[in-house]
Design a protein around this ligand. Structure first.
Ligand SMILES: *Cc1c(COP(=O)(O)O)cnc(C)c1O
Length: 370
């Protein structure tokens, strides 16, 4: 799937995109151009359809990286007197807490280990302990370790308790099944440059129409006001403020490929094959995955660093990069790790080759893994 000599990004975004997606950026669009604005509409409609949002949900696109959209969703959708429960098993959960702190919104943290998915029972206990809680901000796939949280159980629980659920589905959207028809989810946040295999530069929020309508005038931020962004788009068909034209054109093209390849089930299946090839190959080299298979999502894999005292991630990274593959540092607080992504326009063949390159690099640097 790759052409040319560019390195393959084994990172969770930016990631390796297909040549067609890159080519879609070779023309300029004006923000008044009706064809561009129609493209925005079809992208939004397709994004809603991927998670079966049907008529109850709308998609609000937003300029910026994924965090901009997360902050916009929280700032727009949570009333100032609300209180948000944040199950915390990694850096992206911790980022939600920092956003809530900046916004001055009350929150309750549910601390977890970085290899421990949250359970619906633990969330229910938190509801019972603290009646202030009105919302849950849940990271679906904690990209810090690659950990999968049980979204369906959490959504069902929130629905039963009448709590509003906002999901950071940044690194799961498009790859893992999410079905809004099951109920319980008020908003899902993701971005162009993750499992949809577009380029980075825009986020989007799929939000229950009634929840968005009720949020008029609430956001303390002008640029991150999702309701205003949506209302303006409805009125004018245009983006409020300069749109990320090339990013949107690339996402349109990436979505065409996503649909042609078989949609979410096919995307998820390819990533599963990539992940299996990666873990199998790395295990054969002596590396040990940080997570147990049952909680490992097929998006990014955290490996323990070799115990060899000569180990140094920066040197290893540089050597593997020279062989054509870009790895990712670990993001865990307690243990020395590094990460390898299995998403992007790559298949198991590239992962086999990456593992072979890692094996050669180890030999070259004289590192032992065990
Ligand atoms: C990538 C990611 C984000 C957004 O990060 P940005 O650097 O702002 O794109 C948020 N949450 C999760 C779980 C992610 O993987």
């Amino acid at each position: 799937m790759i052409t040319g000599n560019d390195p393959i990004l084994l990172t969770p975004g930016p990631l390796t995109t297909s040549p067609a997606t890159r080519q879609a950026m070779l023309r300029d669009w004006g923000s008044w151009d009706a064809a561009f604005n129609r493209m925005t509409q079809t992208v939004c409609a397709d994004l809603v359809e991927i998670v079966h949002g049907e008529n109850d949900y709308v998609c609000v696109p937003l300029q910026g990286s994924g965090t901009f959209a997360v902050e916009a969703a929280i700032g727009t959708l949570v009333p100032r007197q609300g209180c948000v429960l944040v199950p915390n098993n990694g850096a992206y959960c911790a980022r939600l807490i920092r956003i809530l702190q900046r916004l001055g919104i009350a929150y309750v943290e549910l601390p977890l280990r970085e290899d421990e998915p949250v359970s619906a029972a633990a969330i229910e206990d938190a509801f019972n302990r603290d009646s202030r809680i009105t919302h849950v901000a849940q990271v679906h796939l904690e990209t810090s370790a690659g950990l999968l949280n049980p979204l369906d159980d959490i959504a069902a629980l929130c629905q039963r308790h009448g709590k509003s659920l906002i999901v950071d589905a940044m690194s799961s959207f498009g790859a893992l099944p999410i079905d809004l028809r099951k109920g319980g989810i008020d908003a899902l946040v993701s971005a162009s440059g993750k499992c949809l295999e577009g380029v980075p530069g825009m986020g989007f929020v799929i939000v229950r129409r009634s929840v968005l309508d009720a949020a008029a005038g609430r956001s303390p931020s002008l640029a991150l006001d999702l309701q205003d962004q949506y209302a303006y788009m409805q009125k004018t068909t245009q983006w409020r403020f300069t749109p990320p034209t090339h990013v949107l054109a690339a996402l349109r093209c990436a979505l065409d490929q996503f649909i042609a390849q078989g949609g979410q089930p096919a995307r998820g299946a390819r990533y599963m094959r990539n992940c299996a090839a990666l873990i199998e190959g790395m295990t054969a080299l002596g590396f040990e995955p940080f997570l147990k298979p049952a909680v490992q999502a097929p998006v990014i894999v955290t490996f323990h660093a070799p115990r060899d005292p000569a180990w140094n991630f920066a040197d290893f990274y540089t050597a593997v990069r020279e062989a054509g593959y870009v790895l990712y540092p670990g993001k865990l607080t307690q243990v020395e790790t590094f990460r390898v992504g299995c998403i992007g326009a790559i298949d198991a063949n590239e992962l086999h080759n990456a593992v072979a390159a890692i094996g050669r690099t180890l030999a070259c640097l004289g590192l032992s893994v065990k």
